[in-house]
Design a protein around this ligand. Structure first.
Ligand SMILES: *Cc1c(COP(=O)(O)O)cnc(C)c1O
Length: 425
C-alpha cells in the first residue's frame, strides 16, 4: 500500500508548494454535496468550492449524468475542422447570457490560457487596424490573472506571486489599485493615476485588463461599480480595448451573474473559467465583441493564432451546459444573498480581535484579513481538526462556499474562523 501523504510530500508538487518544506496535504477519498471526505473517514465542510468553481457542490447527479452521457458518445475530438453540439450549444448559452456586443467565443483549456487568448485578440486587433505599435497592456495593482508568462506580467509583483520572474517578463503598465470613497464613488487619486498613464501611453497600449468589482487572488479586495464605469469611459476616450477577467467572479459569485453587470459596462473581451463547468473540469472561454472579432480579420489575413489540443473538449462543454442550466433553474440570487447576509453577520465580530486587520463581504465571498501572514503549517491542520476545509493564503482567511450550502454548514465555517481568530489573539 502506498502511503499517500508521505509519497506525495516527497514527489508531487502542489500549487505554490515546496518539496523541501512541504505543507501538510490531506488525501480526499470522495466528495459529496458540500462535504469533502478524507481517506481517514473525516468529513469536512467545504468553504472553498475548490477555488470558486464547485458552485453546485460535489458529485451532483445532474452534472454526473451530463458527463456520463457525453462519455458514451465521445470523450474528445480535435476542434480543428470539426465541431460538435456541446461546444456550439455552450457558445450560444454564453453569448445569450453575456452583454449583447459579445458575439464570438474561443474555448480555452484553463483560465490563464483564456487571458493569454484575450491578449492575443487585442494585439492582433490593433495589428490588423494598422497600429502594430499598440502592444503594451495596462492593468491595476492587486490584480491576479494567471500563472503563464503573459498573465504573470499582469499580476502585481508586490502580492508576491511571481516576483522572481520580473526580469524576463514584459514591463506592463500598472495603475494604482482601484479605490472608492464611502459613498461608492471612484476615488479621485486612483482614477487620476490611471488617467495619467493613459494620457502618456495610450499610443502604445492595446488593452486594459482587470477583474471587475472583485480582485481575487491578488488580495481579495472589492471596489465600487463607479470605478469600473470610469475605466470603461477612459478606455473609450483613449482608444484602448477593455478586457474583463471574470474567471473568479463569473456565474453569480458576486451577487450578479457577471460582476460587470453591477457597473452596467460592456467589455470588448471577456474571460470566463473556474465555475464554468461547476468545478468538474478545466475549461475556460474568451468572448469577443463583434468589433474585435471582425477587426482581427480587417487586413484580410486575420487568423486568430491560437489552438490548444484539447480545445472545446466535449466532456467539459457538456458539463458546462448542464452547470449553467442548473444554475439558472436554481434560486441562485436568493442563495447568494442569504450567504452574503450570514457571512456579514457571523464574520463581522472578528473585527474586534487584535489579530484582525479587516473583515469584508461581497456576494458569496467572505474575507478576514489578518495583520500577520498565517502559519499555514499550523492553521491548515487546525481547520481540519475543526471539521472544515478553509485554505488561507498570505494574511487572508476567506470563504467562497458552494451556493448550495445550508445555514448550519456555513455556520460551521464561520465558527471555525472565529475559533482560529480567537486562538491567534
Ligand atoms: C484563477 C484565475 C485565473 C487563472 O485561471 P487558471 O484556470 O488557474 O489558469 C485568472 N484570472 C483570475 C481572476 C482568476 O481567479
Amino acid at each position: 500500500m502506498i502511503d499517500l501523504p508521505a509519497y506525495d510530500a516527497e514527489h508531487v508538487w502542489h500549487p505554490y508548494s515546496s518539496l523541501i518544506d512541504p505543507t501538510p496535504t490531506f488525501p480526499v477519498a470522495s466528495a459529496q454535496g458540500v462535504y469533502l471526505e478524507l481517506e481517514d473517514g473525516r468529513r469536512l465542510v467545504d468553504g472553498m468550492a475548490s477555488w470558486w468553481a464547485a458552485i453546485h457542490g460535489y458529485n451532483h447527479p445532474r452534472l454526473n449524468a451530463a458527463v456520463q452521457q457525453q462519455l458514451a458518445a465521445m470523450a474528445h475530438v480535435m476542434f480543428g475542422g470539426l465541431t460538435h453540439r456541446p461546444a456550439v450549444e455552450l457558445a450560444k448559452k454564453l453569448i445569450d447570457l453575456t452583454a449583447e456586443p459579445l458575439q464570438q467565443v474561443f474555448f480555452a483549456d484553463s483560465g490563464s490560457v483564456s487571458v493569454e487568448v484575450a491578449i492575443k485578440m487585442a494585439l492582433q486587433f490593433w495589428f490588423a487596424q494598422g497600429h502594430p505599435e499598440k502592444q503594451r497592456l495596462l492593468t491595476v495593482r492587486n490584480g491576479y490573472h494567471g500563472d503563464t508568462f503573459a498573465t504573470m506580467a499582469l499580476c502585481d509583483s508586490a502580492s508576491g506571486f511571481h516576483g522572481m520572474f520580473e526580469g524576463v517578463l514584459p514591463k506592463q503598465l500598472f495603475a494604482p489599485a482601484p479605490k472608492c470613497s464611502a459613498d461608492g464613488q471612484a476615488d479621485g487619486t486612483s482614477i487620476g493615476g490611471l488617467e495619467n498613464l493613459l494620457e502618456r501611453h495610450h499610443g502604445e497600449v492595446a488593452a486594459m485588463v482587470l477583474e471587475p468589482i472583485v480582485q481575487g487572488a491578488g488580495g481579495m479586495r472589492f471596489y465600487c461599480p463607479a470605478y469600473l464605469r470610469r475605466v470603461r469611459s477612459l478606455c473609450d476616450t483613449y482608444r484602448v480595448l477593455l478586457i474583463l477577467d471574470e474567471i473568479a467572479t463569473g456565474f453569480g459569485r458576486s451577487g450578479t451573474l457577471f460582476a460587470y453587470e453591477q457597473a452596467e459596462v460592456v467589455p470588448d473581451i471577456l474571460c470566463l473559467g473556474k465555475a464554468l463547468t461547476g468545478g468538474y473540469m478545466s475549461l475556460a472561454a474568451t468572448l469577443a465583441s463583434e468589433k474585435v472579432a471582425t477587426g482581427i480579420g480587417a487586413d484580410g489575413r486575420g487568423v486568430l493564432m491560437h489552438g490548444p489540443t484539447f480545445m472545446a473538449n466535449p466532456l467539459a462543454c457538456s458539463v458546462a451546459n448542464a452547470s449553467i442550466e442548473l444554475l439558472l433553474e436554481s434560486p441562485w440570487q436568493q442563495r447568494v444573498a442569504a450567504i452574503e447576509a450570514q457571512l456579514r453577520e457571523e464574520l463581522t465580530p472578528c473585527r474586534r480581535s487584535p489579530a484582525v486587520h479587516d473583515v469584508r463581504v461581497k456576494g458569496a465571498i467572505g474575507v478576514v484579513q489578518l495583520k500577520q501572514p498565517v502559519d499555514i503549517h499550523r492553521m491548515q491542520p487546525r481547520f481540519v481538526e475543526l471539521g472544515v476545509w478553509i485554505r488561507p493564503f498570505g494574511n487572508l482567511v476567506y470563504l467562497m462556499p458552494p451556493f448550495v450550502i445550508r445555514p448550519e454548514e456555513l455556520g460551521r465555517l464561520t465558527g471555525a474562523i472565529g475559533t482560529v481568530v480567537r486562538e491567534l489573539s
